[in-house]
Design a protein around this ligand. Structure first.
Ligand SMILES: *Cc1c(COP(=O)(O)O)cnc(C)c1O
Length: 343
């Protein structure tokens, strides 16, 4: 039994992307953000492959995500940094996992638990998570073993003056917190230049084929491709309509494929009349509204029939532009029905 749709995942591209990002970071170690189940692709498979390539530092959001990776981490020797820190009731904390402390209360909680190895997030202007620079450099962190001091860039995917301000403020904290290493750059931050890499980089989206800035588009390969089976084909006579709300009208007699994919699979309504799929070398336009479980394609001259498979455009910058969704949303929203198949 096979599902009528799947997510084809290119393991070689994943590893090549990690290597390319690692090279861009120069001497810095290159980690991997695998929160939200590896941005929807499957964190266990991602970590297994990147660990084999040499990745040692893995970032998740929650302890539940860390627990789901505990055996993989133990087997591969990677450490897990839990970005949301430590709450009062987080449950079991696997060995190899440490919190990224974000608030004075989290620091106090960690000290009460013995103050073992941890990371610390410092806020350099994004005003999302993190200690203030004053707290990070005062006596608050006395008695905790800080492995990595981190901060996060607000505008790394833009050419913004704020990037330099955040970098310089972060650099000014060097040697003032007891941290063994410093880490600032996400995927887009890596592309800003070597002076953003510090000791450790934390790419996420670009590992998975996303190009948050044009500089990365040249080196990053797509990883995830949705493939789906044609359920029915029909010749729609000129003047007839296709799909909900009859938004598309056939200008001429048109062969149309109805495909096993919809917004319940993360193929969003934003692709209505805008998405692209491929049958061999033939580009097929999405026509009409994307339904929950179905989407219609204009077959043009392509020789496609019931039971054939088509693949949807895996180029994330292009898909984001077409759908109006972010590259991050397109990946993390990929539905659970799609069988993840590493090739
Ligand atoms: C998600 C995340 C990253 C990775 O960001 P990308 O833009 O996906 O590369 C890095 N650091 C932190 C703190 C994050 O939350």
């Amino acid at each position: 039994m096979t599902a009528p749709h799947r997510l084809s995942l290119d393991a070689a591209a994943l590893v090549a992307n990690w290597r390319a990002l690692s090279a861009l970071g120069g001497d810095a170690a290159c980690g991997a953000a695998v929160k939200a189940d590896g941005y929807g692709l499957g964190a266990r498979d991602v970590v297994t492959r990147l660990a084999a390539a040499g990745c040692r530092d893995v970032f998740v959001s929650t302890w539940a995500e860390a627990r789901a990776l505990a055996d993989v981490a133990a087997r591969t020797g990677v450490t897990l940094s839990v970005l949301h820190g430590i709450r009062a009731d987080d449950g079991e904390r696997p060995a190899m996992a440490r919190p990224v402390l974000n608030t004075p209360a989290q620091v106090a909680r960690w000290k009460a638990l013995g103050g073992g190895a941890c990371d610390v997030m410092v806020d350099t202007g994004m005003n999302r998570l993190g200690l203030s620079p004053e707290d990070a450099t005062g006596d608050l962190l006395d008695g905790v073993a800080v492995e990595t001091l981190m901060s996060h860039l607000a505008c790394a995917d833009e050419d913004a003056a704020m990037n330099r301000r955040q970098r310089d403020l972060f650099a000014s904290l060097a040697g003032r917190t007891g941290a063994r290493r410093m880490s600032l750059a996400n995927s887009a931050g890596i592309a800003l230049g070597a002076d953003y890499a510090f000791d450790l980089t934390r790419p996420g989206i670009a590992l998975y084929g996303g190009a948050p800035s044009p500089a990365l588009a040249a080196v990053i390969r797509p990883v995830a491709t949705i493939e789906a089976e044609v359920l029915q084909t029909r010749l729609v006579p000129a003047g007839q309509v296709v799909g909900y709300n009859a938004t598309w009208t056939a200008p001429v007699d048109t062969w149309v494929a109805i495909v096993n994919l919809g917004y319940a699979d993360g193929y969003w309504r934003g692709f209505s009349d805008r998405g692209t799929a491929w049958a061999g070398d033939a580009a097929l336009r999405v026509i009409g509204r994307v339904s929950m479980d179905l989407v219609a394609l204009d077959l043009g001259d392509a020789d496609v029939g019931e039971g054939d498979w088509v693949r949807f455009d895996p180029d994330l910058p292009r898909a984001a532009a077409a759908s109006g969704m972010s590259q991050y949303e397109l990946l993390t929203g990929l539905g659970h029905r799609l069988e993840r198949r590493w090739v």
